[in-house]
Design a protein around this ligand. Sequence first.
Ligand code: GAR
Length: 230
Amino acid sequence: MTAQGRDPQPASARVPLPIVVLISGRGSNMRAIAERARDGRLPVEVRAVISDKPQAPGLTIAQSFGITTHTLAPSAYVDRAAYDRALAELVASYEPALVVLAGFMRILSAEFVERFAGRIMNIHPSLLPKYRGLHTHQRVLEAGDREHGASVHFVTQELDGGPVIIQALIDVKPNDTVDSLSARVQRQEHIIYPQAIEWFAQGRLAMEGERVYLDGKPLARPVVIDAREH
Ligand code: GAR
């Protein structure tokens, strides 16, 4: 730890970039990342996958890739602060240059976020800043929105509020359901998350303060992948 209380920040252009992935469930985004890493399409080394849920199907997927897995169950800790301290220690033990939240359904403490500041990414199933929080597909349908999507963002203290790096845009069809929307959003998630991670691994992407830089220039607005079916 440095005097500021942070771990030393490894340069992001280390190849392959060591990452740790946090999950709570299915793990399809983690799988998209692990597959590309295995095939040499994404210059990262997934050092560990950590779940807060012992039954998370993503754990088995990670093991099938030969990735080390851990379950850290919140019930084993007295409170959120103790849990997050243990989680931060476990994550830090793998010396990741990037912490990847892939369907990790817990709110991280300010201490955790500060410790890995500028080195935590999240994927969220909406066009942020719209629909932070849960049940995004349902809320999109209820609002009658014509467009929906997914966002990859750097994590800050504000829940689902960190600066957005890249978004995928899809259209909402008249007969869409939560399941059909979720499936199409997920297909796009599996494209934009590896893309953002690749930029970071290449040293092209960084967050300083709360500003995102891509190729040395401030990113005024997120990169948008238009996946609407015109
Ligand atoms: C993804 O759709 C992700 O956007 C969402 O959880 C799903 C995890 O799927 N994350 C959030 O809602 C975070 N607020 P996966 O386990 O198959 O990757």
